[in-house]
Design a protein around this ligand. Structure first.
Ligand code: PA5
Length: 476
């Protein structure tokens, strides 16, 4: 029996949320939320949950059902078994929602420095994620790898994203130069099941493919083949990950606000936004969870930053997500958060049990200045610093909350991912925006096509060059 099948174990892995420091009686009437305001939000949570339930279907909010995709899991695990021992490296090409989730899973669930471990310790391929087109960075990665022992996974739901397809052209050429005819065996495409340039190329050239289900948008796709395939290939337990997500789903259905973690977090953030606290910081005190916060940053920004409301009003709304890391950023950002403008809500992520304690040896005689550290551990230190920072912020009237993760494992990571997705979906409802589109990204894409001479974008190219020429503002 898998451990997640045991109800007591699941309960012991439940993520909790401490919002004491969000409340008006702690941080002050103008900075915090009152019980009356929370009572008013309760009805809106019920409405949000009802709407999400209605829209939960394969053609609309299909991400909500990703924890239960038995067929895809069998296909992914089957492929992982098929290629076991064949590759030393898995190279993922993608950007935005097609990359951030993979990186988050890698950082959270592989041992630290896994790529630097010897193959017999690692026992799985190394995982690399290229989500940028900085030429030196891309080429250096290829120089590091051996085409004969590398699997390239190209991930793009649309199958046409400029950066990903440019990387694909380079990686395919790199493989072809060494492998010729057998190049196709070294490429897997994760894309729309039916349409898009990547789907066409994959069909023509005979690549193995996995589908991004049609109702699953990029930034909500980490629990689809987008995140699961690379994760399975490097030995992450994707069944436990999805069991955790299913548990998150169960928790997110609680009808009353006091027991609904994503509902409470969304409501408190929403109320804060309307008090002028428009910057939302997520600050894990765990190196493993740093990239999960980076994944959330995109989820929050692209889902909630919108010009128009769902009923056609101009809003220009959206909290600005910021990623910070404890304790590192205590020596970089906390001065601003405590004394700067009171425009932020800080959400900490606490880990109760770390994989190691790292005890601190006693200091030497004559080292009185650091003697207090002896007998403690790094695990104690990181948690004490988090608590102290939360208290200092509250003392300064700065609202903050803490997600409490019992330990970092596939179950809690899957659960956290699902809870943050639900928090985002409920927030979309509260802000009255469509959390699933990204019209603001289009203008930049069109300008790129125009500048690179894509047929059909000639008029935009002329317009861009004319406007730029008319506004020279260069320091030379
Ligand atoms: O969330 C989104 O939809 C975006 O961030 C996309 O993931 C990103 O633009 C990449 O798109 P695609 O997967 O189509 O290449």
């Amino acid at each position: 029996m898998a451990r997640y099948e045991d109800a007591d174990w699941r309960e012991s892995m439940r993520i909790r949320y401490d919002y004491t420091h969000m409340l008006a009686d702690v941080v002050g009437e103008h900075r915090g939320t009152t019980q009356g305001q929370l009572d008013e939000m309760a009805g809106r949570l019920t409405a949000a949950i009802d709407v999400l339930r209605l829209r939960r279907s394969p053609n609309d909010l299909a991400w909500m059902d990703l924890p239960y995709q038995k067929d895809s899991i069998a296909e992914i695990l089957g492929y992982a078994r098929e290629v076991e021992g064949v590759y030393d490296d898995v190279l993922v090409l993608g950007i935005g929602g097609s990359a951030l989730g993979v990186t988050a899973l890698k950082s959270a669930l592989l041992p630290y420095y896994a790529n630097y471990m010897s193959p017999d310790v690692r026992r799985h391929p190394r995982l690399w994620v290229l989500d940028n087109v900085d030429p030196g960075w891309v080429m250096a990665a290829l120089r590091l790898l051996d085409p004969e022992r590398t699997l390239v996974i190209v991930t793009s739901k649309s199958g046409s994203t400029t950066e990903t397809m440019a990387q694909f052209l380079i990686a395919r050429g790199w493989l072809q130069e060494r492998l010729g005819e057998s190049t196709a065996c070294h490429i897997v495409a994760i894309t729309d099941p039916e349409q898009g340039p990547l789907r066409e190329i994959a069909g023509r050239e005979g690549y193995r493919t996995f589908a991004v289900p049609p109702g699953v948008g990029g930034r909500f796709s980490v629990l689809s083949s987008v995140g699961l395939l690379p994760a399975a290939l490097v030995g992450i337990d994707i069944e436990e990950l999805l069991a955790g997500a299913a548990y998150g789903d169960e928790l997110a259905q609680a009808p009353d606000l006091q027991h609904n973690l994503p509902g409470m977090a969304a409501a408190l953030q929403h109320l804060a936004y309307h008090r002028g606290q428009r910057i939302s910081v997520l600050m894990p005190y765990s190196q493993h969870l740093r990239d999960l916060a980076d994944w959330w940053r995109q989820l929050w920004a692209e889902s909630l930053g919108k010009k128009m409301s769902t009923d056609g009003r101009r809003l220009n709304v959206g909290p600005t997500p910021v990623l910070a890391l404890g304790t590192t950023d205590q020596h970089s950002q906390i001065q601003l958060y405590v004394e700067g403008p009171p425009d932020k809500v800080i959400s900490f992520v606490a880990v109760e049990r770390f994989e190691e304690e790292a005890p601190l040896p006693p200091a030497r005689p004559k080292e009185e200045g650091i003697a207090y550290l002896g007998g403690h551990s790094l695990a104690e230190l990181i948690n004490a610093e988090r608590e102290a920072t939360a208290m200092a912020l509250a003392e300064a009237g700065r609202p903050n909350a803490t997600y409490i993760v019992p330990e970092v494992n596939p179950f809690t990571v899957g659960q956290f991912i699902y809870l943050l997705e639900m928090q985002t979906a409920i927030s979309g409802f509260l802000y009255s925006v469509n959390a699933y589109d990204q019209p603001g990204v289009e203008a930049g894409k069109v300008a790129t096509y125009a500048l690179l001479g894509r047929p059909g974008y000639e008029a935009q190219a002329i317009e861009l060059r004319t406007t730029q020429a008319a506004r020279p503002r260069h320091i030379v």
